[in-house]
Structure formats: structure tokens, C-alpha cells
Design a protein. Structure first.
Length: 83
């Protein structure tokens, strides 16, 4: 959700920024990049430690890119199962 909020902040800052203040768009961009990198490197399967960050991100994708993920593709553990 932080990545989506950062992405929206980029759009808003570009829309409302005046000439000369466009440098302020760098801060939401850096926040978005930090969220994307954190998702890639730190979202792991609780059982096998497999990288599932990008797969889980596709659950928020629009249209035909959206996927439903309920199990880890590496070990098969259910993400809905509570420990």
C-alpha cells in the first residue's frame, strides 16, 4: 500500500508542481523505489523463504494482469493458513 500511495503522490506532485518546484517530485519517486525494492527483496514465504514479493504484487494489478495467489509456488504452503 505504501508503494501505491507513493505512486499517487508522484502523480499529484507532477500535476500540482509549478515550474521550478518539480524537484519535489523526487521525494515521492524515491519512496516508490524504496517500496518496490523492499517488496522484491523482503517479501518472503514464511515456510521456505522463497521470494514471493512480485507474485503477491500481481494480486493488485488491473485487468488481465491480476492473479490470485493463495499458495507459495515453491513449497505449496497456503498463505491463508495461520500458524
Amino acid at each position: 500500500m505504501f508503494g501505491i500511495a507513493s505512486w499517487l503522490a508522484i502523480i499529484v506532485s507532477l500535476f500540482f508542481a509549478r515550474e521550478g518546484l518539480r524537484i519535489l517530485t523526487i521525494f515521492p519517486f524515491l519512496a516508490f523505489m524504496a517500496a518496490a525494492l523492499a517488496q522484491i527483496f523482503f517479501v518472503r514465504c514464511p515456510r521456505c523463504n522463497g521470494n514471493v514479493g512480485l507474485l503477491v504484487a500481481q494480486t493488485l494489478a488491473p485487468g488481465r494482469f491480476k492473479t490470485h495467489v493463495s499458495n507459495c509456488p515453491y513449497c505449496g504452503v497456503s498463505f491463508d493458513h495461520t500458524a
